[in-house]
Design a protein around this ligand. Structure first.
Ligand SMILES: Cc1ncc(COP(=O)(O)O)c(C=O)c1O
Length: 387
């Protein structure tokens, strides 16, 4: 076998490999693992969406190659949903592109913008794809720490001037994975201001925009950049409609950025299976009661985890969005050591914060994609540890 290309070596080692090994060892010892490490809703896709898929899959017109940028009807549904939700009108032909899940668009966008030496501003901790795609595209990541004392917002003033000059794209993600923080108006205004001053394309990852609680409604970056001069925003049907396995999302915003992403995609993939796009239309335009029901389930689980952790001395806030709880590891442990210890001693799996970047060290993430009984059982196992 020839040696793999150097670019493959640029991909950072899989930080969860140690955890996976421990999980397998524990399972082989017959331990019933309570797994809170996966950001994948356990709730089935709503029935109306599944039914639409069943019909669409029998239609031979859907068996051929789809159009790379998405069916006009899907892009129109996405534009209408967006305008109703955020009050910003979009041209479905130029300002919307269908994606094979938002991850696909997030990965490909930097390839359209970064040349050797160009900088991408990336939050740390953050969704790992921002860093990997930047490295593979030949760009240079600059990590913006998301500090707890700053509400898990980046301090844009702390970015050195020469870095700002070289920056071409800036990743922003609210509601945020892994911290559970949500964006406020001031943050979006500061980001748009930076983009305007330094000619930077803002890539706002809004995958969790609909997973919100306690009356909080997430904002779109386009509400702050209404002329769509500086921004592209990534939306996902995965979390909102419990459709992670279906692979569908869309990007909206600056027409040049959307079309450059589309141009790349013509050469990389052949679009989203049309039956899945039809199911996506049903999701976006059909009855939205299932979204409210899902949010009620996650809000209840969030309270169980937050109250449970606080009752055993692990103090955490109550996030208004996402299905993640971001907590400090107890003194004396690294994130990875703590996560390994939990698997070994009590069969509870959490994600070590260091897997999301250097600034994630000292934290662990709990994903509330597991049912109430297993959450209660996990809290009791943790209580028994007396940490
Ligand atoms: C912050 C963030 N963005 C994007 C994605 C990708 O979601 P999808 O490709 O399913 O739309 C995820 C998935 O976990 C995520 O956490």
């Amino acid at each position: 076998m020839p040696k793999a290309a150097p670019r493959v070596e640029k991909i950072p080692p899989y930080l969860f490999a140690r955890i996976d090994k421990k999980k397998n060892e524990a399972r082989s010892r017959g331990i019933d693992l309570l797994d809170f490490s996966i950001g994948d809703p356990d709730i089935p896709t709503p029935a109306n969406i599944v039914r639409r898929m069943q019909e669409a899959v029998t239609d031979p017109r859907n068996h051929q190659y789809p159009s790379y940028e998405g069916m006009p009807a899907f892009r129109k549904a996405a534009a209408e949903w967006f305008e109703k939700r955020f009050g910003v009108a979009l041209d479905p032909d130029k300002e919307v592109v269908a994606l094979i899940g938002s991850k696909e668009g997030i990965f490909h966008l930097p390839w359209a913008y970064l040349a050797e030496g160009d900088v991408a501003l990336i939050p740390s901790p953050g969704y790992p794809v921002y860093k990997v795609t930047t490295l593979l595209a030949g760009g240079t990541p600059y990590f913006m720490p998301l500090k707890e004392e700053n509400g898990f917002y980046p301090d844009l003033d702390a970015i050195p001037e020469d870095v700002k000059e070289k920056a071409k794209i800036c990743f922003v993600n609210y509601p945020n994975n892994p911290t559970g923080a949500h964006g406020d108006d001031g943050l979006y205004e500061r980001v748009v201001d930076l983009a305007a001053k330094k000619d930077i394309l803002i890539c706002h990852d809004a995958a969790y925009s609909e997973v919100t609680y306690d009356g909080y409604r997430a904002r779109s970056i386009l509400e702050f950049d209404r002329d769509k001069r500086y921004s592209i925003e990534f939306h996902s049907l995965s979390k909102t409609y419990c459709m992670t396995g279906w692979r569908i999302g869309f990007a909206v915003g600056n027409s040049e950025a959307v079309q450059n992403l589309g141009k790349l995609k013509t050469n990389i993939d052949s679009g989203v299976f049309q039956a899945v796009q039809e199911a996506g239309i049903e999701a976006l335009t059909g009855n939205q009661d299932s979204v409210e029901a899902m949010k009620a389930i996650f809000a209840r689980r969030r309270d169980l985890v937050v109250d449970g952790l606080n009752s055993i001395g692990i103090n955490v806030g109550r996030p208004k969005a996402t299905f993640y709880i971001w907590a400090h590891v107890p003194k004396g442990y690294t994130s990875a050591d703590f996560a390994e210890m939990l698997i070994e001693k009590v069969g509870v799996v959490v994600t070590p914060g260091s897997g999301f970047g250097d600034e994630g060290e000292g934290y662990f993430r709990i994903s509330i994609t597991t049912d109430d009984d297993r959450i209660r059982a996990a809290i009791e196992r943790l209580r028994g540890l007396r940490i």
